[in-house]
Design a protein around this ligand. Structure first.
Ligand code: PMH
Length: 370
C-alpha cells in the first residue's frame, strides 16, 4: 500500500482483535444475540470505517453512533448495513435520514410531531426508555404510549426499543437490577403496542460480558469490541477473553547527553542530577498526549523510560536507560520486549477510564489498521 503519511508517530489497530472480541461474545451467548457494533467517536478512537468493516465481517448486524454526521459518514462507506443514531437529530434533518436509511432514536412526542412536517418517507425509529441513566429517554408510560401511537400515525416505522444502564460495570448490582426491573415492567406494559419484529436491546459491554439472561434481542457492543474491559469488576466477573486492539508507537527523533544541572523543556522543571541520556519523541499534547502524562513512562526495547520535563505540543523528552540509537522504536501503548504498557496503565496514571485514552489520541496521529 502506498505510504499516506510521513510521520514517525502512529497508532496501530489490530482488526483481528476486533473480530476475535466479537467472536468471543458470540461464543459466550451461543450466537443468540444480534450485535450492534458501537463505532461512535471515530470507533472509540480506533478508526470508525475500518473497525466497522471488521465488525460487519465478524457478524455485527448494525452500526451504532452518537451523531447524525457520524452516521452519514458511515453510510458513504457502507451502502446497506443498518445504522442507528443514539443522539437527537434536528427534526428538520429527517428527510436526510430517510434518504440515507439511517435509523434514529426517539423519546419525545414533540420531536415526532415536528419531524412529520419535514418528510412523507419512512424512517426506522428506536424508542429510548430512561430507566435511571437520566440522560435521554422516556420516563413515563403515558409518554411511551403517546410516542408509539404517534409513530403509528406517521410514515415512520417502530423498529427498536431500548434502554441504557448506568452502573452495569460496578461490583454492586443494586442500581443495575433496579433499572433492569424497571425496563422489564415498562416493556411488559407497552408490549401489546409493539410488534414482535421490534428489536429490544438493553446491554452494553459490561452487561453483555456479565449476564446471559434478560438481554432480549441484541447487544450494543462498545468498549469490549475494542478489547478493553469496562472495569476491573467486569474483568473479574466474566469468562470472556478480550484482546486489546489499540497500540501507540513512535521513534526517537534525537538523543543526547546532558550534564548535571542542565534542565529540560518549558519551565525548566526537570534538571539532570548527573550525566543523563535524554531522548526526544515526536508526540505531544497537540496529539492528545497531554501534559499530565509528565512522569509516566514509555518503552524502548522493553525497558521503561520516564517522561521528563514538560510535554510540549509536538514533542516530549524521556530519560534514557542507555544511549539508544536515533530512530529506535518507542512503544507508548502496547508490547515491547516482553514488557507491556496497557491502555489501563495510561488511564490509571491520568485517574480516568480506559475509554478515554484511545479517544483522546486525536486525528493528528495516523491510525494504521493491521
Ligand atoms: N449504548 C449506548 C446508548 C451508549 O451510549 C454506549 C456507550 C454503548 C451502548 C456502549 O457502551 P460500552 O462501550 O460500555 O459497551 N456510551 C458511552 C458514553 O456515552 N460514554 O462512554 C461510553
Amino acid at each position: 500500500m502506498a505510504q499516506t503519511f510521513f510521520r514517525d508517530t502512529w497508532a496501530e489497530v489490530d482488526l483481528s482483535a476486533i473480530k476475535h472480541n466479537i467472536n468471543e461474545l458470540n461464543k459466550f451467548h451461543h450466537n443468540s444475540k444480534k450485535i450492534y457494533a458501537v463505532v461512535k467517536a471515530n470507533g472509540y478512537g480506533h478508526g470508525d470505517i475500518p473497525v466497522a468493516k471488521a465488525a460487519v465481517e465478524a457478524g455485527a448486524s448494525v452500526l451504532a453512533v452518537a451523531t447524525f454526521d457520524e452516521a452519514l459518514r458511515l453510510r458513504r462507506a457502507f451502502s446497506t448495513i443498518p445504522i442507528l443514531v443514539f443522539g437527537r437529530i434536528r427534526p428538520s434533518d429527517i428527510q436526510l435520514a430517510a434518504d440515507h436509511q439511517i435509523a434514529l432514536t426517539v423519546y419525545q412526542s414533540e420531536w415526532l410531531e415536528q419531524a412529520k412536517q419535514y418528510t412523507n418517507d419512512s424512517v426506522d425509529l428506536h424508542v429510548k426508555i430512561d430507566t435511571g441513566m437520566n440522560r435521554v429517554g422516556i420516563r413515563l408510560e403515558e409518554e411511551a404510549y403517546d410516542v408509539i401511537k404517534g409513530i403509528e400515525a406517521s410514515p415512520f416505522q417502530l423498529t427498536g426499543l431500548y434502554t441504557h444502564f448506568a452502573t452495569a460495570d460496578e461490583e454492586s448490582v443494586e442500581y443495575f437490577n433496579a433499572q433492569k426491573d424497571r425496563f422489564e415492567a415498562f416493556y411488559h406494559r407497552i408490549k401489546h403496542l409493539v410488534s414482535s419484529e421490534v428489536e429490544v436491546h438493553v446491554g452494553n459491554s459490561a452487561t453483555s460480558l456479565r449476564y446471559k439472561e434478560d438481554l432480549y434481542d441484541a447487544v450494543r457492543f462498545g468498549i469490549s469490541m475494542y478489547g478493553l474491559y469496562p472495569s476491573e469488576a467486569v474483568a473479574k466477573n466474566t469468562s470472556v477473553n478480550l484482546q486489546p486492539a489499540f497500540t501507540l508507537y513512535s521513534h526517537l527523533a534525537h538523543v543526547k547527553q546532558l550534564e548535571a544541572g542542565e534542565s529540560i523543556s518549558y519551565g525548566a522543571t526537570y534538571t539532570a542530577k548527573g550525566k543523563e541520556w535524554i531522548g526526544t519523541i515526536p508526540i505531544g499534547y497537540g496529539d492528545g498526549w497531554i501534559r499530565k502524562l509528565e512522569g509516566f513512562q514509555v518503552m524502548i526495547q522493553g525497558e521503561l523510560q520516564p517522561i521528563v520535563g514538560r510535554i510540549c505540543m509536538d514533542q516530549m523528552m524521556v530519560r534514557l536507560s542507555q544511549p539508544f540509537d536515533v530512530d529506535s522504536k518507542v512503544t507508548l501503548i502496547g508490547k515491547s520486549g516482553g514488557n507491556v504498557i496497557q491502555v489501563e496503565d495510561v488511564a490509571d496514571y491520568l485517574e480516568t477510564i480506559n475509554y478515554e485514552i484511545p479517544c483522546m489520541i486525536n486525528e493528528r496521529v495516523p491510525r494504521i489498521h493491521t
